[in-house]
Design a protein around this ligand. Structure first.
Ligand SMILES: [Zn+2]
Length: 320
C-alpha cells in the first residue's frame, strides 16, 4: 500500500499529511507567507522534508499540492490566486528543483472532491459533485471516475454561477453569484443584518456578539441553532434553501449520483443539509422520472484536501 504526501496551501496555513489509503499517518503545518512566492515554495519544501523524514525508509510515491487558486490542467502552474501572491506561478518546477519527489499541483476544491470521492462520503459513487461551503463556495466534479478539469484546468468554479440578476456584488467583480447567497459570508451578513434590524427575534444573536453585529461569526449562528434558537435556525434554513436550489441547477447539468456538501459551514450538519435536501428535491428537473441523487455531508472534514491531493499521487503511481 503506497504512501503519498498531500499538502494544502491555504491563505493562512500550509497543512501537510503523510497518507496511506486515505488515512493520515503524520502531519506537518506551517504558516503561509502569503505575500512572497519564494517563501511559499520554501515553506512547502519544509513541509515535504518533515513528512519524508517521518516516512523513514518507506517509499513515498509523490506529493500532491492543493492550491487555493486556478491551476492549469497539467498541474504545473497556478494561473491566479485571489488570496495569495501567485500570478502565473510555476510552483511545480520550483518545487521540483528542491525535492526528488514527483510533484503535481491541484486546485484545492478539486483535491477535496477527489478525497471525498475516493475515501469519503462519495466513495459509493462513480459520479459526484462536491460543494464546499466556506467563506465562498468552491466545487469539484467527478464524472464516471474522472476529475473534471475543463479545457484550461479551471472547471467547477461553481460559486460564480449567477443566481440573481443585478444581485449582490461578488469578489469576482460580477453581481448575483451563488456564493453571495449560499456561503458562510452570506450567513454572517444575514445574521448581522438581523441583529441590526433590532427585531426581538434576534435576542440571542445580540447576546452572542455583545450587541456589536461586527463581532458576530458564523460559528455563533451554528452554535445558537444547535441550542434551538429559532432565529439562528431560520438563518441556516435559508442558507440551506439557497444551497439546495443551486445544487438542483448543478444536477441539471451534471447528473451526479451524489452531491456532497463540505467546507467549514457544513459543520452545521443536518441544520443545513436537511433544508438543502428538501429544496433540492423541490427544484430538481425531471423529478419523479429519474433516480434521486444523494445529498450528503462530507465526511473527511478539513483533511479532504490533503487526503485528496495525496490520493491523486498514489492513484497516478498505480496507473489509475
Ligand atoms: Zn462571483
Amino acid at each position: 500500500m503506497s504512501l503519498a504526501i498531500g499538502v494544502d496551501i491555504g491563505g493562512t496555513k500550509i497543512a501537510g499529511a503523510l497518507v496511506r489509503e486515505g488515512v493520515v499517518l503524520e502531519r506537518a503545518r506551517v504558516e503561509t507567507p502569503a505575500e512572497d512566492v519564494d517563501a511559499i515554495a520554501e515553506a512547502v519544501v519544509d513541509v515535504l522534508d518533515q513528512l519524508q523524514g517521518a516516512a523513514g525508509d518507506q517509499e513515498v510515491v509523490g506529493a500532491g499540492i492543493a492550491c487555493a487558486g486556478f491551476v492549469d490542467r497539467e498541474g504545473e502552474t497556478i494561473l491566479f490566486s485571489p488570496n495569495l501572491a501567485w500570478r502565473d506561478e510555476p510552483l511545480r518546477a520550483r518545487l521540483a528543483e528542491r525535492t526528488d519527489l514527483p510533484v503535481r499541483l491541484e486546485n484545492d476544491a478539486n483535491a477535496a472532491a477527489w478525497g471525498e470521492f475516493r475515501h469519503g462520503a462519495g466513495r459509493e459513487h462513480r459520479t459526484m459533485t462536491l460543494i464546499t461551503v466556506g467563506t465562498g463556495i468552491g466545487g469539484g466534479v467527478v464524472d464516471d471516475g474522472h476529475l473534471l478539469r475543463g479545457s484550461s484546468g479551471i472547471a467547477a468554479e461553481i460559486g460564480h454561477l449567477r443566481v440573481v440578476r443585478d444581485g449582490l456584488r461578488c469578489g469576482c467583480g460580477n453581481r448575483g453569484c451563488w456564493e453571495q447567497y449560499a456561503s458562510g459570508s452570506a450567513l454572517v451578513r444575514e445574521a448581522r443584518e438581523l441583529v441590526r434590524s433590532g427585531t426581538p427575534m434576534a435576542g440571542r444573536l445580540v447576546e452572542a456578539c455583545g450587541g456589536d453585529p461586527e463581532r458576530l461569526e458564523g460559528t455563533d449562528v451554528t452554535r445558537l441553532a444547535e441550542e434551538g434558537d429559532p432565529a439562528a435556525e431560520e438563518l441556516l434554513h435559508e442558507l440551506g434553501v439557497w444551497l439546495g436550489e443551486g445544487a438542483a441547477s448543478l444536477a441539471a447539468v451534471l447528473d451526479p449520483g451524489a452531491i456532497v456538501i463540505g467546507g467549514g459551514v457544513s459543520a452545521a450538519g443536518d441544520l443545513l443539509v436537511q433544508p438543502a435536501q428538501r429544496a433540492f428535491r423541490r427544484q430538481l428537473t425531471g423529478r419523479g422520472h429519474r433516480p434521486w441523487p444523494d445529498v450528503l455531508l462530507a465526511s473527511l472534514g478539513n483533511d479532504a484536501g490533503v487526503i485528496g491531493a495525496a490520493t491523486i499521487m498514489s492513484d497516478r503511481a498505480r496507473g489509475r
